[in-house]
Design a protein around this ligand. Structure first.
Ligand code: ADE
Ligand code: ZN
Length: 331
């Protein structure tokens, strides 16, 4: 790893905390909680991470998340990720969590939320990493289930900045969740949504027009609609692009074919993110490095990506400005 990639100040805006569950921790938590995994070793877990599309990944990801049971488990998971942030120059992170993955197997919202938020608070003080929390609805489940999850989250509103939409994209358009997102915005949450990862560019339009999102998660299929590309550029709607994820899930055949540099050169507010780092082969710095090497990104591109990450964040503008000031020294 080139050390400038580790020290460049940056924000991460697209990370599923359940996707930072490393095989070593999966095995350790299974032992701690008396769960038998269908794998014989850490190496066997890692060897199973061969995916042909989003669904084949999600099947393993939801199975793996079952080892997470206690508040301490969620704390340990989150703390391990935040230590990675500190080691890689990630000054601020906006973390997704999937409460339905846990409530549907009897783990209360409160347990998940308090484990994660305690780690976020400790990281602020001990590691100097700031954060925000985004609650994602699982789009393969019903809109009614999402609404019930939103209602469960209302008492924790002060510690959850936004709601998002993840899981199986095809067949579950943003329009399915319009009423839930209307309610979420009325309750004071910002909104984001995964769109245009495997799904068509029309899903990106729906996320913008119907869910009124502040950012699009992934969004790489926007290039199929030139009018959409123009709109994203004109309104500087950020895309939280995840290079290693897109290769692992076969959105692009190889990194040299990824459209990240093309989108940047078109003037879109592109950011780089890790998505599910334990499953896709790297954290934020590894994503920067993979894109840099395969696409020939220049140091200007890298600084632009870091700049975009703070501008696209939900940090107050005074805090954004101080990071941008720091980054101006890199130009
Ligand atoms: N949940 C975790 N990672 C995801 C991804 N890349 N797309 C949709 N849902 C997800
Ligand atoms: Zn994602």
């Amino acid at each position: 790893m080139r050390s400038p990639l580790l020290t460049l100040p940056k924000a991460e805006l697209h990370i599923h905390i359940e996707g930072s569950l490393e095989p070593e921790m999966m095995v350790a938590l299974a032992q701690r909680n008396g769960i038998t995994l269908p794998y014989e070793s850490v190496e066997a877990v890692r060897a199973a991470y061969q995916f042909e599309n989003l669904q084949s990944f999600l099947d393993l990801y939801y199975a793996g998340a079952q080892v997470l049971q206690s508040e301490q488990d969620f704390y340990d998971l989150t703390w391990a990720y935040l230590q990675k942030c500190a080691a890689q120059g990630v000054r601020h992170t906006e973390i997704f969590f999937d409460p339905q993955t846990h409530s549907d197997r009897g783990i209360p919202f409160e347990v998940v939320h308090s484990g994660i938020t305690q780690a976020l608070l400790d990281a602020r003080v001990q590691l100097g990493v700031s954060s925000a929390l985004i609650l994602c609805f699982l789009r393969h489940l019903s809109a009614e289930a999402a609404m019930a999850t939103l209602e469960q989250a209302l008492p924790y509103r002060g510690s959850i900045i936004a709601v998002g939409l993840d899981s199986s994209e095809l067949g579950h358009p943003p329009s399915k969740f319009q009423a839930v997102f209307d309610r979420a915005r009325a309750e004071g949450f910002l909104t984001v949504a995964h769109a245009g990862e495997e799904g068509p560019s029309e899903y990106i339009w729906e996320a913008i027009r119907l869910l009124k999102v502040s950012r699009i998660d992934h969004g790489v299929r926007c290039v199929e609609d030139p009018a959409l590309v123009d709109y994203l550029a004109e309104h500087q709607i950020p895309l939280t692009v995840c290079p290693l994820s897109n290769i692992k899930l076969c959105v692009f055949d190889e990194m040299a074919q990824h459209n990240l540099k093309h989108l940047l050169d078109l003037g879109l507010c592109v950011t780089v993110n890790s998505d599910d780092p334990a499953y896709f082969g790297g954290y934020l710095a590894e994503n920067f490095e993979a894109a840099e090497l395969a696409l020939g990104l220049t140091s200007e591109h890298l600084v632009q990506l870091a700049t975009n990450s703070f501008k696209a964040s939900f940090l107050p503008s005074t805090e954004q400005q101080s990071y941008l000031q720091e980054l101006s020294a890199y130009n």
